[in-house]
Every structure is written in structure tokens, then in C-alpha cells.
Design a protein. Structure first.
Lengths: 396, 579
């Protein structure tokens, strides 16, 4: 373990303190594993994957949004003008001009961008959403959602997972976003928003990698699960499907390197020590994907792919600003009301309260991920090797 | 200005029309004389010197010369060599016909039909325009004219003479030089632009049959009365296309001009220089591209719903992988030809590695062009030798399934030089095509059932046992151990040598005497542009022995051929069907 302080010293020079805390935790957590890892080194095998589909897990059903789904953007804008105190005839004229396009449309869009008020003066509502009126968007009122029981508690507000029937599922992100049309979807049908996001991400961000290491991966038993960000983007065919068996290099930046203890049980991969996960992106949307108390449930498919869920508590402000940075473009085309989303997330956040304000800073969330087999190589003193050939690599 | 342009356009059109018309006629005449190996034989004085009786006698002992059209690859390489790599070929040249297993033999059987002539003309004008554009002319046209708008005869002569010597692979005759200088003069006067005039003249050189066809001239053999040998420039050209797949360079042309190629010591000096040159790799690549039918990659298609990793880029990489591997074994490591069937060493791109299901690292930024990395398959990897490479496995398969029959046929015909008869026209292929047949789960099962048809069994016995050795590689080249849940049996026997899988088959091919003789036969045919005739077989037999005693080194064999007098001797034959 002599390399731990050395690594930390190097990282101290490279990273800010907040990064350091998380890396230290990840390293310390993984250190315990290293000793086990080293003992069994001769018998280890690894399998790696590249994530080729990532989406908020939606389980939208008919009738799960009381009063119907939220309004489309144009109609929502009319409601927002009402909240801002405009008279019906003024709103009618504004929306008429909006429909005609050009200056009229631009004018309405700018009015909506600056629908926040500070001391009576218009401010950018996407940047300062708390200065705009909560449009009180509709949320999901259903019994089922994909996910995990993150708090080991089955409460009146929790869901049941429709696939494995687990009770006490915490997925408030689905509840919050599930009545916005572009966030609705099922296991088979991807929500439009996430289709858009993923298609942008996979072309603009380094790929996300997952490796499982164990003594015999064809059988059940304990494993190590390693997440990394790649140096390369996801490689996909002209048809848009990820190509299996490509080689990716794990990014030496430890901020995206996380190690979990896990288990394979009946062909399903689980995390057994839920912990912190962060995967950085160079994204058009979310700058990083962060989960606390990360859990995993991935089915190993007959063709070698993985299909299932990853969940945990996600910092909701990151989620919000990932959408808000899209500004009017997102609001007009993809989501109906960005300010409304801010309030949804804030109200439904269910973990990690701010000690001073009591406001929960994270929201329970579950994502549907798919992954295809890949080769993941890590740097071992200048030589790139597979994880099975590099027992110390869990703390690199 | 417009008037000038119109006038230029009219002039160009008129000139080119005349040029094209005369060229098509010239090519027709050329082909009439040259195809099938017939050739006008000239003595030193340029007149026919052989009598009919002499011709008949010599034809048994020596084959004829063959007038070969430049292959698209040779055309590109000559343009690159003469004008540099930044001059592009803007268009697609006519493909070549494969005859007796080789495109290089087919190149002696083809012409340029009028419709293709237009394409050649367009490409030629595109090249000429690039050579004369502002970016290139200062470098490529050494002599600077006195004015950009007036004709400079001295400079034009210098440029046309210099370039023409490389393109025609001999100095231009005075008549040829005058014709092209006149063409440049008229065009310059009309367009009031010297570069335009020169460009037009260059385009005419590039559509000349003297450039497009490798026209060989015989002269009386000074050592042997009544026999004929290539003249010095034809010798240089044959040598250069054989070893470098391109036209002679300045040194070789100079050696021809000085008569050095007429002496064995002079020839030896040039051959040694050429064999030692890195350009030998071009020659080796060209030969194996031809012999192994790697041109088929250009038109290779696969059903990407079945083989999602396949793409045209993968196909090109697959061809390049085979060529890199072959050049590495034969040239870089100066190895044994037989090793190409067993070597674990190869080169991969990331795309290929994904299909081979092996990891490779390429340290380049995302989005960079794919790069090549040396790779050695592990001892327990099922791949070894070129037969287990995608370039072989995918080309000799169907778009949606593997084909032991096609693979077996290719092994027999390409690597063992054994002819497999074509199938009858009314064969029922239903059984072999039913890859989801519940009872006949593997290709072996299906082919066994199909072969019970008496009309099919004869040929399938020749092809299938070899092809089945590669069944653990599907039609996309991916390794598998079972088909429809049933384990694949890839075992068999080739001429008493048993094999269990594709790698074993490579070993069996490598030790089979037919694969050695096949290589020598193909290489001599490739060199001559035709199959050796009866009188040349003693030479070929000697080459078999030389190849063996030389450790099956292909560059050494090429050198031996290039130094053989038989390589340059020929008969004169006036009939088109020498064989």
C-alpha cells in the first residue's frame, strides 16, 4: 500500500480539494480489496464492457399522470405569462406573435428566458430558477418504477420494481420527471430526451467502461466491479449500434475510476457495497454523472451483453443545470419548462440534506444501461494490460 | 475574356476530338497487333527480320511478348512516381480481367473501349490540370517560360521530352516530340496561356497507347542467331513492372540508353539495385494482391445485420493486413514463403482487432485515422497464417454465411493451382443454404447431404474437406466453436497430412509441394504476362529448384527471374491465340 500516499501527493497537485476527497475515499475503499485481489491474482479473470446505452429508467404507464402529462412548451409559456401577471388578451397576442415566428417568437422566448425576477427586475430564469414562479408541473402517481431500495425502507412513497418485484424502490427522479412527455418511456422504448442526450454524449464524450474481475466469471460468486472512463469515444457501427470487442484504454484520471465489491448471482451482476460513483464527461449536457450509494443490477445476456440498471442518489442540482445549460433550445424543443423541472427536483429530492437548510441535495434515481463486451486496458508502468493482469490496478 | 474562353474551349474540344479519334484508332491498331502476344518484331534497322519458318520454330521454344494495359494500380503508381503523391487520380480506371488466375495475364487480353477512353481522357486532363496548376507547376515544370502567355518552344520541348520519357518508358521519337510540342504551341496561341497549352499536350501523352499499354519491342538476340529478345527499353520496362509494379526510374532508363541492360553485368547491377530498394515491397504487394485475388475486397459486401462489425473500411483493412503480413515475412524478415501460412505475427487496426477479439492499444487521439500496430497471436489463439485472416475468410464466403465450398475452391485454385470445374447449371443448393436446418446443423452436415447428389459429389470432394477446416470462422471471419449449438468439426486430411483446424490447415498447405510449385508458376506467369510455354518449362523447373535451395525466399526468386535470359527472350508470333 506504499503507493497510496504517493498517489495522493501527486493528485493533490493536480486536483482541487473536493475531487481529492472523493478520490481518497475511492482509494481507501478499494485498498481493502487489493489485498484480497493480490492473494488470488493467479486465478483471476476479467471481462470488460463499454456502456452503449444510458437513459433514465422510465416505466411510464397509461394514467400514471393525474390530469394528463404536462403541457407542451407553447401552452406552458401561456401559463407562465399568466403567472407573470399578463392579461389574457396580452397573452393571446404574444402567443399569436410567437406562432408566427421571427421577431415575435424571439420576443416571447426572451421574455421566457428572463421570467425570473429579482427586485422586480427580469433575470435569466434558467440560471436563477428560484427567482421564477413554480409552475407546479404534474408528477407520476403510480405504484411501479424501476430501481433499488436505497434506504432499506419500504415506505408509502416508495415504488415496486415491475421486473423483479422488489418493494421499497426509491426513484424520485422518475416520479419528478415522468409526466414530461419527452421523459416518458418504458424498458423497451427510450425516452426522447435521453435518446437525444445519449446520441450527443456518445459522439462527444469518452466512453464509460465497466470491468468485472473474479476467479471464475462463468459461475456465481464474489467479484470486483470497476468503472472507468475511456480515453476513446464509443465505437459504433454506421447503423449506430456499439461495436463489440473494441479495445479502450482506461483514463488514468482517477476521478472516474471506482471499484466496488460485487456478486454474480443467477447471471446477474450486483454491487454489494453501495458507494460513490462518478463518471466525468466532456458533454453537451451533463458534466459528470454522480451517484451515492450506487447499486447495480445487470443481467448477463446470452450474447455476452449486459442489460439492466444502475441506481443511487444523484445530486439534483447537477441534473438540473445539465438541462438548464441547454437554455431556450432545450426548453423549446425537448423539455417544456426548465424552471418547472428545478422545482420538481427540489421538491422530490430525498437524501443528503444540507445541514444548514435541511434541503435534500440528492434525489433517488435509476438509469437503464446496456453494455457490450470490450477490451479495457490499463497502464501498468507504461504497458497497457487487462485488469486480470494487473492486480494493483484497482487503486492505480 | 468570354471570347477567349469560348475560343479556348472550341480549340480544346476540336483538338481533343481529333486526338481522341486518332487515339481510339491507334489503340485499336495497337490491340490488334498486341493482344494475344502478337507483335511486330524489329531488327536493329526497325524492319521485320524474322521469316515465317523462323517464327514457327521459335514459337515452340519461347512464348510471345504480351502487350499489357496498365492496371489501375500501375497507372496510379506511375503518376505518383512521375509527378509526386499530391497529384490525384480523379476517376475510376477500368478494372482488369483475371485470366489463368492472374490479372497481370488478363492485362494482356484487354483493350480500352471507346466509352472507357472518355474516362481515361477525363482522368488524363485532370492530372494535367493539376500538374500545371499554381501549386505544382513551379516544382514539376523546371523550365520557366519567357512569358506566361506566349509559347516557349525550348521549355515545352524540355518538359514534354522529360515527362514523355518517363510516361512512354523510352525517349520520345522526334515525330512524337514534334507532335506534342505542336499541340502545346497551338493550344497556347489559342488560349493565350502557356500552362494551358502544356497541360493539353500532357493530357495527350497520358491517353497515348504508348503510355496506357506496355508495348514491348523485340530485337534480334545478339548472342543467338535467329532468336529474339526484348530491346533495352522494353527490358527495363518489364523489369520495373515486375519488381516495382511501376515504370522504370531514371537510372534504369539511363542504363537502357547506355546499353547496359544488354550485358549480364549491367543487368545484374540494376536488378540488385532494384531488389535492394524499398520499392520491391510495391512489387511484392502487387504480385500477392494479384495471386491471392485481394482485388475482390473492392467489391466485397456482407450482410451487416449478420456481421455488424463488417464495413468497407474493415474490408480494406483486411486486405492491408494480409499484405503487411506477407511483406513482413518475405521482405522485412527475409523469411520463408511457407511461413505466411503459419505465422502468428501480423498487423492490426482497432477495427480488425475487434473482429479478431483481441485487445490492441493505439495511442492516438480519438477521431484520428486508424493506425496499424504489430500484433502476435498467442500460442492458444486459433489464428495462424493468412488463411485465418479476414482477407481470405471473408472474400471466400457468402454475404451472409461462410462457405466451405468457396473457401476450398479458393485454396485449390489460388494456392495449389488446381483447377476446380464449374458447377452444373441446374444444381439445387437448397440444402446448403438452409443454415437453420433443424437436422443439418453444421455446414459439414449440410454439405454431406448435398454431396449425395452424384452430379455434385465429385467436385465437393475436392473442395469441401479443405474449406471445412476453416469453418470455425464464420462468414465475417469471427471465431466460433459451434453452429446452431452443435460443435464444429474442422478436421480433415490434405494429401496425407491431417489437420484439425484452420491453423493446422495452414501447416498442411505450407508443406504441400503443390503450394510451392504454384507460387513459382504464378510468379513466372505474372512476370511474363502469360503462362510459360512448353519450351520454357525447363527454365521453370530450374526455378523450382532454385526456390527450394534458396530457402523459399520470394525476393530471391524474383531476382532469379529478373536475371534469367528467359525472362527477356520471346518468339514473334503473328496470330492472336498463342495458347
Amino acid at each position: 500500500m506504499i503507493f497510496l500516499p504517493i498517489q495522493l501527493m501527486k493528485l493533490t497537485r493536480l486536483l482541487d480539494r473536493s475531487h481529492l476527497r472523493q478520490i481518497s475515499l475511492a482509494m481507501v475503499a478499494s485498498a481493502a480489496f487489493v489485498s484480497l485481489f493480490a492473494q488470488a491474482v493467479s486465478a483471476l479473470e476479467s471481462r470488460s464492457y463499454v456502456i452503449d446505452w444510458f437513459s433514465q429508467a422510465s416505466y411510464s404507464q397509461d394514467g400514471d399522470c393525474p390530469g394528463g402529462v404536462n403541457l407542451p412548451t407553447r401552452e406552458q409559456y401561456a401559463v407562465n405569462f399568466t403567472h407573470l401577471g399578463y392579461a389574457p388578451d396580452e397573452i393571446e397576442e404574444l402567443m399569436k406573435q410567437y406562432a408566427l415566428g421571427n421577431d415575435g417568437e424571439r420576443n416571447v422566448r426572451e421574455m421566457m428566458r428572463f421570467r425570473g425576477r429579482i427586485d422586480g427586475k427580469p433575470v435569466n430564469a434558467f440560471v436563477h430558477p428560484w427567482t421564477a414562479i413554480d409552475p407546479k408541473l404534474t408528477t407520476v402517481d403510480g405504484a411501479y418504477a424501476f430501481g433499488f431500495n436505497l434506504d432499506d425502507h419500504v415506505g408509502t412513497n416508495s415504488f415496486q420494481d415491475p421486473l423483479n418485484k422488489e418493494m421499497g424502490v426509491d426513484n424520485e427522479l422518475f416520479r419528478a420527471m415522468g409526466c414530461i412527455e419527452q421523459f416518458r418511456g418504458t424498458y423497451e422504448f427510450r425516452p426522447t430526451f435521453w435518446e437525444f442526450i445519449w446520441n450527443s454524449m456518445k459522439e462527444s464524450s469518452p466512453a464509460w467502461l465497466m470491468t468485472i474481475v473474479g476467479e471464475d466469471l462463468t459461475k456465481g460468486g464474489p467479484i470486483t466491479i470497476i468503472f472507468d472512463r475511456a480515453m476513446e469515444h464509443l465505437i459504433f457501427s454506421p447503423g449506430g449500434e456499439a461495436t463489440a470487442d473494441f479495445t479502450y484504454r482506461a483514463d488514468p484520471d482517477l476521478r472516474s475510476h471506482h471499484v466496488f465489491e460485487g456478486q454474480i448471482e443467477d447471471g446477474v451482476i450486483f454491487i454489494t457495497n453501495p458507494g460513490f460513483l462518478r463518471l466525468l464527461q466532456d458533454s453537451l449536457s451533463f458534466t459528470e454523472f454522480v451517484l451515492e450509494k450506487t447499486q447495480l443490477r445487470l443481467q448477463i445476456m446470452p450474447d455476452g451483453r449486459l442489460d439492466g440498471f444502475i441506481g443511487g442518489y444523484q445530486p439534483w442540482r447537477q441534473f438540473y443545470f445539465g438541462i438548464a445549460q441547454g437554455g431556450l433550445g432545450y426548453e423549446g424543443m425537448i423539455v417544456n419548462d426548465i424552471v418547472g423541472i428545478y422545482y420538481l427536483l427540489r421538491h422530490h429530492a430525498d437524501a443528503y440534506p444540507n445541514p444548514e437548510t435541511g434541503q435534500n441535495e440528492s434525489i433517488s434515481a435509476t438509469y437503464h444501461i446496456e453494455a457490450v463486451p470490450a477490451f479495457v486496458l490499463v497502464d501498468k508502468e507504461g504497458e497497457f494490460v487487462e485488469y486480470s493482469e494487473h492486480p494493483d490496478v484497482s487503486v492505480r | 475574356m468570354m471570347e477567349t474562353l469560348q475560343s479556348k474551349s472550341t480549340m480544346e474540344s476540336s483538338l481533343l476530338h481529333k486526338t481522341r479519334h486518332s487515339l481510339v484508332k491507334a489503340i485499336s491498331l495497337f490491340i490488334g497487333l498486341g493482344l494475344g502476344g502478337s507483335l511486330i518484331a524489329f531488327g536493329n534497322g526497325g524492319k521485320l527480320v524474322a521469316s515465317a519458318a523462323e517464327i514457327e520454330a521459335i514459337s515452340f521454344a519461347l512464348g510471345p511478348t504480351v502487350t499489357r494495359r496498365l492496371t489501375p494500380e500501375q497507372y496510379q503508381r506511375v503518376i505518383r512516381d512521375v509527378f509526386g503523391p499530391t497529384i490525384g487520380i480523379r476517376g475510376r480506371l477500368d478494372p482488369t480481367l483475371r485470366v489463368d488466375g492472374l490479372l497481370e495475364v488478363g492485362a494482356g487480353r484487354i483493350s480500352v473501349p471507346p466509352s472507357s477512353m472518355e474516362q481515361y481522357d477525363l482522368i488524363a486532363r485532370g492530372i494535367a490540370d493539376q500538374v500545371m496548376d499554381e501549386q505544382h507547376r513551379d516544382v514539376l515544370v523546371q523550365c520557366k517560360p519567357i512569358s506566361s502567355t506566349a509559347f516557349d518552344e525550348k521549355c515545352a520541348e524540355e518538359f514534354i521530352g522529360t515527362v514523355g520519357r518517363f510516361l512512354f518508358r523510352r525517349p520520345l521519337s522526334q515525330d512524337e516530340l514534334s507532335l506534342h510540342v505542336d499541340m502545346a504551341r497551338i493550344a497556347t496561341a489559342t488560349a493565350k496561356n502557356y500552362s494551358t497549352g502544356l497541360s493539353l499536350s500532357l493530357a495527350a501523352l497520358l491517353v497515348s497507347p504508348q503510355f496506357l499499354f506496355r508495348h514491348e519491342v523485340l530485337e534480334a538476340n545478339p548472342d543467338t542467331s535467329g532468336k529474339y529478345t526484348l530491346d533495352a527499353y522494353s527490358k527495363a520496362s518489364r523489369l520495373s513492372f515486375f519488381l516495382w509494379d511501376s515504370a522504370p526510374d531514371g537510372q534504369l532508363l539511363a542504363a537502357a540508353e547506355k546499353g547496359e541492360l544488354r550485358t549480364q553485368s549491367g543487368l545484374l547491377r540494376q536488378v540488385n539495385r532494384m531488389v535492394a530498394s524499398p520499392r520491391l515491397r510495391d512489387g511484392v504487394r502487387a504480385f500477392f494482391t494479384d495471386m491471392l485475388h485481394l482485388d475482390a475486397v473492392e467489391t466485397l459486401t456482407k450482410d451487416t445485420t449478420i456481421y455488424p462489425k463488417f464495413s468497407s473500411a474493415v474490408a480494406k483493412d483486411a486486405r492491408e493486413q494480409m499484405l503487411k503480413t506477407i511483406v513482413d515475412v518475405l521482405v522485412t524478415r527475409e523469411g520463408d514463403y511457407r511461413d505466411i501460412f503459419t505465422t502468428k505475427k501480423t498487423f492490426l487496426t482497432k477495427k480488425l482487432a475487434a473482429i479478431y477479439q483481441v485487445p490492441i492499444t493505439v495511442h492516438v487521439p480519438t477521431g484520428s485515422p486508424d493506425t496499424w500496430r504489430p500484433y502476435e497471436f498467442s500460442a492458444n489463439d486459433p489464428r495462424a497464417g493468412i488463411l485465418t485472416h479476414l482477407g481470405f475468410l471473408t472474400v471466400h464466403s457468402h454475404p451472409g454465411r461462410s462457405s466451405p465450398t468457396l473457401r476450398g475452391k479458393a485454396l485449390r485454385e489460388i494456392l495449389l493451382c488446381q483447377k476446380v470445374p464449374a458447377p452444373p447449371g441446374d444444381v439445387d443448393f437448397t440444402l446448403v443454404q438452409e443454415t437453420d436446418n433443424a437436422l443439418l446443423k453444421t455446414a459439414r452436415d449440410r454439405l454431406t447431404a448435398h454431396s449425395t447428389e452424384p452430379m455434385c459429389s465429385g467436385c465437393h470432394k475436392i473442395m469441401d474437406p479443405l474449406g471445412l477446416a476453416l469453418e470455425k470462422f464464420d462468414g465475417g471471419g469471427t471465431y466460433r466453436t459451434s453452429e446452431n449449438g452443435t460443435p464444429i468439426d474442422a478436421s480433415g486430411v490434405l494429401d496425407g497430412v491431417a489437420f484439425n483446424d484452420g491453423a493446422d490447415l495452414g501447416k498442411a498447405i505450407s508443406v504441400n509441394p503443390a503450394s510451392i510449385s504454384c507460387l513459382v508458376d504464378r510468379l513466372t506467369s505474372y512476370a511474363l504476362g502469360r503462362s510459360p510455354v512448353q519450351g520454357e518449362m525447363s527454365w521453370v523447373n530450374e526455378l523450382y529448384k532454385t526456390f527450394a535451395t534458396g530457402g523459399y525466399a520470394v525476393p530471391a526468386l524474383m531476382q532469379e527471374i529478373a536475371l534469367s535470359s528467359e525472362f527477356y527472350h520471346a518468339s514473334i508470333s503473328l496470330g492472336p491465340n498463342y495458347d
